[in-house]
Design a protein around this ligand. Sequence first.
Ligand code: 5AD
Ligand code: SF4
Length: 482
Amino acid sequence: MDKDYAKYFVKPSIKDARKRKNEETPTINYDEHFNIKGIGKGKHYHVETYGCQGNEADSETIRGILEALEFTWTDKLEESDLIILNTCAIRENAENRVFGELGRLKKYKRNNPDLILGVAGCMPQEEDVVERILHKVQHVDLVFGTHNIYKLPEYLESVILSKERVIEVYSEEGSIVENLPKIREHTKKAWVNIMFGCDEFCTYCIVPYTRGKERSRSPKQIIKEVQELVDGGYQEVTLLGQNVNSYGRDFTDKNYTFGDLLEDLSDLAIPRIRFTTSHPKDFDVKTIQMIADKKNLMPYIHLPVQSGSTEVLKRMNRKYTKDSYLTLVNKIYELIPDVSLTTDIIVGFPGETREQFEETLDLVKACRFEGAYTFIYSAREGTPAANYEDNVSPSEKKARLLELNKVVNDGYLFGNKRFEGTLQNVLVDGESKHNPEVLAGYTEHNKLVNFVADKSLIGEIVKVKIVEAKTWHLLGEYIERV
Ligand code: 5AD
Ligand code: SF4
């Protein structure tokens, strides 16, 4: 393929991505009336997804668009005509994995020169990544970002029919696009985007640059989507946003908050509603009250704290203190006594002292977290913290992570132990990854349970007696259908 000439060549700019407009985002409807509908006929595609649930949801859209173009899914890379990597930029090792994978995919390109290799998602939103792909990873044919997935048909037309290399990344978000087709991964559990982007600018984080300004979808569209999922037999929805607690802040025509959305959605016949992720500074009492009152709002909250030191939190621009976080957690325990809390923590933030790290350890114990995603700080180019002086050695950061994980793991086990001997409702996911004779599912508190029962129960909510707690999962005995 001669791709010296590229039709689209719009590169990202971190500076432009920083801009925030003061107006409500327009909504447009996805237009299916492109004239290349059968372009994927007889062709196989594969999508690899890296990173968060937002990317998983985007991959479902990419798949929906590709199947509307009549591409057929394959698990096998060697028989693919189109491979898209939907990438994550949150930490350096996520990016290294993708560059490693691109190197590995070169051999498939050698065997099949018509194979189209695409890179999508958060990495293309970064200037240095696009430069590197442009000059050093020339076997990539297509690069697009998080704001222009809906233009994929047009890009494929250029790559396939005109044999042009396409690189198009918008730095500023355009509209919210509704009615995009989706191929959902699961038949009973669905992701539902309630908003896009992030306006928080935590100093370590690349997301506000890769995902753009915060934009809330209209409640009407969200309620319609969840109702359609109910009609399709779905049992669980997870509402997605970078800071779901600030949902609706950008509406100019109404006062409608995340708590209001939870209230309206809880009236629908969906058995389980979850949401992620929360920001402690915006988590309001109405939200806590809703979870306490409504049976279909699950008693599980992921509440990233990042650090237990007020001084570090300030330098992270998190806009809350250790004490205000603890006050919020106490309020949550007061109104939802049996809630399960999990969190995210970064160790080795530039300048974090031993004492400040110990404050994090103390906070983890005080909050009784039942799980945590823990990370070593990774500098992201273009973010403020990347310029902070970093005097914590790599070995010290690793040691802090190990020490933290020990405390976190005690919390996991303690959080599982409290369910021993109880009856729990479990949504049966499928066979256990480790043993096909055993079923696996999740409790309302989001605990993984393994138990033996008939496979016809997959996709249903059943009662299970918890007989033994392990650190990472529970063992149960099937009782009955709910
Ligand atoms: N380095 C390490 N961890 C990070 N996170 C976000 N940015 C970084 C970074 N630069 C973590 C935060 C966030 C989670 C999704 O990823 O803990 O909550
Ligand atoms: Fe990143 Fe902070 Fe936004 Fe979360 S709230 S996505 S950590 S900037």
